[in-house]
Design a protein. Sequence first.
Length: 524
Amino acid sequence: MRQVFDEVVVDRAVRVASEAIVKRWPVWLGVVFDDGDTLPLAGIKQREPNALCSHFMVNPVKQEGDESRFLGCNASQRKWAQSTSGDVKLTTRLTSCHAGFSALLIPLFVDVDGVRRCVAQVYASGFVVQSELVTSYGQLRKSLVATGVEDEDVQSRIDGLSHLDRDQLKQMTAHAELLAKIIEDQLQEKHASTTHQQMVSTEGSFCGMIGKSRAMVQMFDLIERVARTNSTILILGENGTGKELVAQALHRLSYRRDQPYMVQNCAAIPAELIESELFGHKKGAFSGAHRDRKGLFESADQGSFFLDEIGEMDIVLQAKMLRVVQEGSFLPVGDSSYRKVDVRLILATNRDLKQMVRDKKFREDLFFRINVITIDVPPLRDRRVDIPVLAQHFMLKAARRHGLAPKQFSQEALELMSAYEWPGNVRELENEVERMMILSGDQQELGVSALSPSISGVEVTPQFQELTDMELPEAVELLERQMILESLKRNDFNKTHTAKELGVSRRNLIRKVAKYGFETGEDD
């Protein structure tokens, strides 16, 4: 589990949530395990909360009446950890450290073999709570004296010490609990992956999305910047690119995370029913309305509402949507009183809304109201460098789902998959990998024969977009490998003819063929 923590704390979402806390409040932040060991949250620059806290980190507190016993930060950490292991009722709590500072502890739970266990705690310490000033200051004075500070210097050390009032503590607690939930989600996902003793690399992982290509990194950065705002977000992308995962990330990283998250696909409900679904209705408003019914907007109050396929919405209903976007108010079907909600709207479509506006199929005023911040989800053909790690992820997922042993992809299969256009994008890739796993039988390797004919017949050529997402040595190696493989195929793997065609010595070609695993067992 410790190794999993090392990988989780460098996740982008964990890093962002951690930085938001240490930039705003004077705290030390990390994870404490049930044996008292700690792990600072990686990727953040721990701002020094105050000189006084730093003083106790390097000056253990001598215990009264015991000249040989000194307490340092590790003593506090062991104390915090004592009640964690296996405690399923543990909740967020405020405690203190050995020196007198306040400490906030949030338990981290993971389901292990169907049993919910507390595996560690997020801690934030090095601050003082206003309501505990008298007690904290008294303990701090004793601790300073116990570390050898002269009496006349004690007050000057304490003067200017920052503290949190009730509202500040409440806000910091909410942020810390958000951070803990992000870590929990990552731990649970990693634990599920390790049941087969394999794990997808965390490099490029972001809120359940996988990608290290330039296009995906830029998208992740944009999500980080806008998630904690209340701005309406419009997500654009082809079918199967993962627009719903983007919406989930926006809610998950927002301050509304613990509030409702509602989802509705505008294309999945008939036009005559969607108004009632969104806004609710009064009893007797239409045939079959036997009781008052709350709509999705009202159910999402204080939270987020993801409306997928907004381009499919009837143009008459778009006028009512405009009022919700502008004023946060709506009129249930059959009602005469408007209702007001506070909802963060996230919308998505695979349609060209600008063209729809020109064709009078989408209201121009609504388009301008929802087109505040746009997130473009790149198609898989524009992020080919991500295909191998996505394929590995989906292979493990299919193995877990169907009770199969994990397998390996052949290099040639990965090259063909990377060259394919993937009109169905990530969803099509996931379905293809699941098909390969099921139909491969007892084979340990997923090779070219396991691929669909439409993919196995693709000609492998280097893609410029893929190469530009790589460091130069990696790009050169990929291009070299593809050129050698194509030439070998054209020359029926005759190394003499291939070396001549490529303009290299036969000896050099043999070395490259062995390096890239292109040996056929034959000689020429």
